[in-house]
Design a protein around this ligand. Structure first.
Ligand code: SF4
Length: 468
């Protein structure tokens, strides 16, 4: 996907004006929030489960180099070929070489943000392979030629009517109701699974102790992608490793609940090496590509390291007022919402992401919702401070100074209140001075009226009460 994060402001403005998009986002995010809340309410001792999941992820980050080496050793012992990729280009070329060696003409894929991150599909198509996304949402956005707009619901921005039209135009398939459309996609994909030469997936967790990869899904397409084709390639970023199956269980107790509100996802696959003699299914050749792509740098940063704990449940997107308003595409890359603003800023070159840390109201809903308590606002503030050279903006520094000196604060607010009623005259004065363009600009940006302060209103209310 083309990186368009530089245009975050412009894309956000267009998205804000898209009434249809707002309606779809409102419906979808409310639905996710409702299901998640109901599921969490029904989970006894949920704070304890959150703490265990957090401990599993943070412990893995604390021991990452050792766990990755252990994973390599045990995956290799189980028969999987392990590849290390420093960046997206290297990861693409590793997977393309595996596909060439397997003479892969048809490739099926399970939904994976990491293969979106490295732009894998165009590289495979360039070598002449047919690449099929098999997750229903990914299938829809692939047909539409669009990137995903949500971490777990890639076609969240599409209405049912959009999908009806898309299937008719691109596949010549006609359906109306959602179950009918799902069946049409299923039939179209079934023959691809059976004829595929290679399956590619991401990894939810990789278990250092056994060299296994764990894949969580609801549609069964990942299980088909990993068991039907003779070759399976799993692509993971370095932070996906966990120590053992206790850690997997700790994360799985909260991941599906936080993602879709399910107690457990419909399919949890644990794959350890290729099919053994006498086994009836599974790939005959398995590969694990372990990608860094800037994450070692993040890991070494104590202030921002916790971003890597994310398990991609998507819950922070659904509660974010910015995501609810602009959707995923406005973020300009594959990672949207609060965690997306963080990941994109950390993984992409600095010049491309200047505005992303500011795409946040600092309301804290993401932090409160995250099952791992990742503090997105704090991290985004740290990124803002770094972007401003550690000194903050002039307005921020002035406010900080005043906030630390109550008397100066009162004097400044009093002065602002005294000037405020006169501001209406400002455009006229500027235009008299010959600056009609500037006057127009100022007139169009009239700040909201300064209301009486809370303490003044309280004093007045108190006085009224005493009088009556
Ligand atoms: S940051 Fe937390 S809430 Fe957001 S996707 Fe990651 S784990 Fe889920």
């Amino acid at each position: 996907m083309e990186v368009n994060t530089k245009n975050f402001r412009g894309l956000s403005e267009s998205a804000c004006a898209d009434v249809k998009l707002r309606a779809v986002l409102d419906h979808a995010t409310r639905h996710f929030q409702h299901n998640r809340q109901a599921s969490m309410d029904a989970l006894p001792h949920r704070e304890e489960h959150f703490a265990r999941a957090r401990a599993a992820r943070f412990s893995a980050l604390a021991h990452l180099p050792d766990l990755l080496e252990e994973l390599e050793r045990n995956a290799t012992a189980a028969g999987t070929t392990v590849h290390w990729a420093a960046d997206a280009e290297q990861a693409r070329s590793i997977v393309v070489d595996i596909a060439k060696a397997a003479n892969a003409k048809v490739i099926v894929k399970g939904k994976s943000m990491i293969t979106e991150e490295i732009g894998l599909n165009p590289a495979l198509e360039a070598m002449g392979a047919e690449v099929w996304e098999t997750d229903l949402g990914e299938f829809i956005v692939q047909l539409a030629g669009e990137p995903p707009s949500h971490i777990i619901a890639p076609a969240l921005h599409k209405s049912r009517e959009d999908v009806v039209k898309l299937f008719a135009e691109k596949l010549g398939l006609h359906g109306e109701a959602i179950p009918e459309l799902t069946m049409l996609a299923r039939r179209a994909l079934r023959e691809k699974f059976l004829s595929a030469d290679m399956g590619i997936t991401g990894v939810n967790m990789a278990v250092a102790k056994t060299g296994s990869v764990v894949l969580v899904e609801n549609e069964g397409n990942i299980r088909m992608s990993t068991t039907c084709p003779p070759v399976h390639v799993a692509v993971m970023s370095i932070e996906k490793v966990v120590a053992d199956f206790d850690a997997v269980a700790d994360v799985l107790r909260v991941l599906p609940r936080s993602t879709t509100g399910q107690r457990m996802s419909s399919y949890v696959s644990v794959l350890t090496g290729p099919r053994l003699e006498g086994e009836t299914d599974g790939a005959r050749e398995t590969h694990l590509v372990i990608l860094d792509n800037g994450r070692s740098r993040v890991l070494a940063d104590p202030e921002l390291r916790e971003t890597l704990a994310c398990v991609r449940c998507g819950a922070c997107l659904n509660v974010c007022p910015v995501y609810q308003t602009i959707g995923g595409h406005a973020y300009g890359w594959i990672y949207p919402g609060p965690i997306g603003a963080l990941l994109s800023t950390l993984l992409l070159p600095a010049g491309q992401t200047r505005d992303l840390p500011y795409g946040c109201t600092l309301c804290g809903a993401c932090h409160r919702t995250c099952p791992l308590s990742i503090n997105h606002p704090k991290a985004l503030l740290a990124l803002r401070a770094r972007a401003a050279g550690g000194r903050g903006t002039l307005a921020g520094r002035t406010h900080s100074l005043l906030a630390r000196h109550p008397l100066a604060y009162r004097l400044a607010v009093g002065a602002a209140r005294a000037v405020d009623p006169q501001l209406e005259k400002l455009p006229r004065l500027i235009s008299l001075a010959g600056g009609s363009g500037v006057a127009q600009f100022v007139a169009s940006r009239r700040p909201p009226e300064l209301k009486k302060s809370f303490s003044a209103r309280r004093r007045a209310a108190q006085a009224n009460k005493e009088r009556s």
